[in-house]
Ligand binder design. Structure first.
Ligand code: FMN
Length: 425
C-alpha cells in the first residue's frame, strides 16, 4: 500500500516525492529537509545551475544497453550515486537511517550515515547490505569522535566523510519560525506554541511515538554521560567545527579512505589533498550553510582543474534528475551524492520511497545516456555538454597558477575532460 503511494502516475519524478513528503510530514520536519540558509539563494542556485549546462547529443547512435557501473574509492557501485549524510533522518520515518541504508544497499549504491543520526552505527551497519560510509562531526569533542571512529571501523564502514563547512550552523529561517529550538527543549511550556504542527499529522505522530519519540544521538556518546540528547541541529553544529589541524589526528585514527566534504574552491581542494584526503565532495551542504556561495556545479570545473588528476572528485547539491547526474559526470565528477532527493522519498514512504527515488534517478540516467548516444557513464565527457564560458575562466587561472606536479592519476583525468572538444566554449 505504502509502495503504491510512490509509484506512477502519482510519483513520476523527485518533485512528486517532495509533494508526497510535504503532505505526510509535520511542517517543522518537512521544512527541515526542504529549507536552506537565509534567503535560500544558494539552495535555489544549486538546482538552476544544472539548467545552464546543455547537452550535445550524438543522434542515430544505437545504445541498447547502458552500463552505469563505476567504482568510487575502489568500491563498486551499480551507478555513480551515493546517498549523502542527512542528519535526524529518524524524524522522517521510523528507524529512518536503517531504512535508507537498506534501500541503498539493495540498489547497489553506498549510504553515508551522519554523526547526527537517530540510529546507531551498529544498527545501520547490520541493516545495510551494501557499502556504508560514516560522516564525522566533532560534536561532543575529540574523545567522542575517536570512539565513533573506532566503532565505524569495527562495524565495516569503508570511508570516513569529514564535513568541513560547519564552523557554525547556517541560519535556517524556516527552522526558527517552526520552533525547532523550542521543540527540542522537551519543556512543555516552550513547546506548546508549536505543537499544532504535529496534531494535524496524526499518522506521522503515532509512528514517531511508537519509534520512541524524540531520539538521542547514539553515535555521540559523551564519556560519563551516554548518548547526547537530541538538540536542534543548529545547536549541535555549533560544536562541530573541523579545522585542517583536526584532519591530522583524524587521518592518524582512520587508516581507510577519507572523503572531505564541503569544498567550495580550488584552493581548499588542494588543502584537502595535502591533508591526506582520498576523495572530496564539492558541496555547500545543499545551501544550508553560507547563503550566497556559488552553486556547486559552477565550482566543479575549478576544483577539477585544481586537483582532478590527484583525487576522486564528487559533487552534491541540487541533483533532482538523472540528467543532472549526467551533466556532473560530463564535466568530470566521478560520482554524485544526493541528500533531499532521497530524504523526500524517506519522508513520503520510508524504504519504498528511498527505493523509488533511486529508481527514478537510475531510469532518468539510462534514458539520458540513450538520448545522448552514449553507452556508459564512464564514456561521458565534456564533448556531451556546453558549459557557460565564464565557468571555465577560473579553471584557466587555476591551471596557470598551478605548478606542474606528478601525482596520483585519476581514472577521469581532468585536464582531458576540461579540454574543449569541438567548439563548445
Ligand atoms: C535534512 C538534511 C540534513 C543534512 N544533514 C547533514 C549532516 O548531518 N551532515 C552533512 O555533512 N551534511 C548534511 N546535509 C547535507 C547533505 O549531506 C548534502 O550535502 C546536501 O543535501 C546536498 O544537496 P541536495 O539536498 O540538494 O542533494 C544535510 C542535508 C539535508 C537536506
Amino acid at each position: 500500500m505504502i509502495r503504491a503511494r510512490v509509484q506512477p502516475p502519482h510519483v513520476v519524478n523527485i518533485e512528486d516525492l517532495r509533494r508526497v513528503a510535504k503532505r505526510r510530514l509535520p511542517r517543522v520536519v518537512f521544512d527541515y529537509i526542504d529549507g536552506g540558509a537565509e534567503a535560500e539563494l544558494t539552495l535555489r542556485a544549486n538546482c538552476s545551475a544544472f539548467e545552464a549546462v546543455t547537452f550535445r547529443p550524438r543522434c542515430a547512435v544505437a545504445t541498447s544497453a547502458c552500463d552505469l557501473g563505476t567504482t568510487v574509492l575502489d568500491t563498486s557501485l551499480s551507478m555513480p550515486l551515493i546517498l549523502a549524510p542527512v542528519g535526524s533522518s529518524r524524524l522522517f520515518y521510523p528507524r529512518g537511517e536503517e531504512v535508507a541504508a537498506r534501500a541503498a544497499g539493495a540498489a547497489g549504491i553506498a549510504y553515508t550515515l551522519s554523526t547526527l543520526s537517530g540510529c546507531s552505527l551498529e544498527d545501520v551497519a547490520a541493516a545495510a547490505k551494501g557499502p556504508i560510509w560514516y560522516q564525522l562531526y566533532l560534536v561532543g569533542g575529540r574523545d567522542c569522535a575517536l570512539s565513533a571512529i573506532a566503532r565505524a571501523r569495527a562495524t565495516g564502514y569503508s570511508a570516513l566523510v569529514v564535513t568541513i563547512d560547519t564552523p557554525v550552523a547556517g541560519s535556517r529561517e524556516r527552522d526558527i519560525r517552526n520552533g525547532v529550538k523550542e521543540l527540542s527543549t522537551r519543556k512543555f511550556v516552550s513547546m506548546l506554541p508549536f505543537v499544532d504542527q504535529f496534531l494535524t499529522k496524526p499518522r506521522w505522530l503515532a509512528r514517531f511515538l511508537a519509534d520512541g519519540g524524540l531520539m538521542k544521538f547514539p553515535n555521540v556518546v559523551v564519556r560519563g554521560e551516554g548518548p547526547m540528547l537530541y538538540a536542534d541541529v543548529g545547536t549541535a553544529l555549533e560544536q562541530s567545527m573541523v579545522s585542517w589541524d583536526d584532519l591530522r589526528w583524524i587521518r592518524d585514527a582512520w587508516n581507510l579512505p577519507i572523503v572531505v566534504k564541503g569544498v567550495h574552491t580550488g584552493d581548499d581542494a588542494r588543502r584537502a589533498v595535502d591533508a591526506g584526503a582520498n576523495a572530496l565532495v564539492v558541496s555547500n551542504h545543499g545551501g544550508r550553510q553560507l547563503d550566497g556561495v556559488a552553486p556547486t556545479l559552477r565550482v566543479l570545473p575549478e576544483v577539477l582543474a585544481s586537483v582532478g588528476d590527484r583525487i576522486e572528485v564528487l559533487i552534491d547539491g541540487g541533483i533532482r534528475r538523472g540528467s543532472d547526474i549526467a551533466k556532473a559526470l560530463c564535466i568530470g565528477a566521478r560520482a554524485v551524492m544526493v541528500g533531499r532527493a532521497y530524504a523526500y522519498g524517506l519522508g513520503a514512504a520510508g524504504g519504498a520511497g528511498v527505493a523509488r527515488a533511486i529508481e527514478i534517478l537510475r531510469n532518468d540516467l539510462i534514458r539520458t545516456l540513450k538520448l545522448l548516444g552514449c553507452a556508459s557513464t564512464a564514456a561521458l565527457d565534456r564533448s556531451f555538454v556546453d558549459v557557460p564560458p565564464d565557468w571555465l575562466r577560473s579553471t584557466r587561472q587555476v591551471r596557470a597558477k598551478r605548478a606542474p606536479r606528478a601525482g596520483r592519476s585519476s581514472p577521469r583525468l581532468l585536464e582531458s575532460s576540461l579540454k574543449p572538444k569541438g567548439d563548445v566554449i
